[in-house]
Ligand binder design. Sequence first.
Ligand code: MEV
Length: 321
Amino acid sequence: MPCNRPPFKSSAPAKIILLGEHAVVYGMPAIAAPIQSLRAYACAQPSDTPLSIRSLEFEKSVAIGSPASDDSLRPLQQLLQIASSYFGMRKPTGDLVIRSDIPVAGGLGSGAAVSAAAIRALAALFGRSVSNEDLNQLVFEMERIHHGTPSGIDNTVVVYERPVYFQRGKDLELLTVKRPCHIVIADTGRATMTREAVSRVRQRYEQRQSATEEVFVSIGQVASNARGALESGKLGQLGALMSENHRLLRQLGISSPELDELVDASIAAGAMGAKLSGGGMGGNMIALVDGSTVPAVRRALRQAGAARVVDFVLSLGPVYS
Ligand code: MEV
């Protein structure tokens, strides 16, 4: 939650899709989890000037209603507009600064995290509150601007900051993680826009509908089985399902040689399972590892050319049993 005196600060986590990306856009279930240690931050200060947003990464700023000097600023402006109109601010003033530790275009939900952190900081600036439900809807609107046809999983996991079992049009289900899962994340170093990956899968679907649908159904089945494995702490089984999910994602044509190499390297170093995570075609992969194997897998991923490797433990404080 943001603090209630200026500067109004807020943050939101990165996310990984543990299983089920792409098929989730077509109504299949998927599982995602927040990465609490990798976050986007927003800080809002009162001022007398029209509400503006400044990105520290891009070293750019823009004010609401003023012409944007380049296209990359438009989504940020839309963020200010969507939030101001939700909060009923007709002539909003203030300065919003955003910064993110989450790599952009890496499949880790940086856009959703920035939006969530920014809207929460603006709520505090305007002296309003926003429920998680409404925030989720607002971030989803932003996701539509970024990605075109998002399933809604990214905004959901980033807003609720809990592992989720997500299926379009169904009630949100928060997951209980039975045993802590050590996840190593490796970045191929190749930035890819989720929008591109989603449209590649769309093309495939339009060209070979029934074969592609079969892959979606298999991915949905894998995600559903993985839910049981996660909730009952069967990590070996969960790992095998992740690797099976990677195989199915390859069939959808959204893996890449770099992703396959990192997946293979992690398995050879002892990971229980591995797959690309997020949009694919580049971006990040994830490996499920036993705690003692983390250093070996990290090393192997570096040697296989990963541009960046991070690891975290997926457990869930309040519901962890
Ligand atoms: C992106 O993190 C996950 C995708 O399934 C797209 C979506 O669900 O909106 C590729």
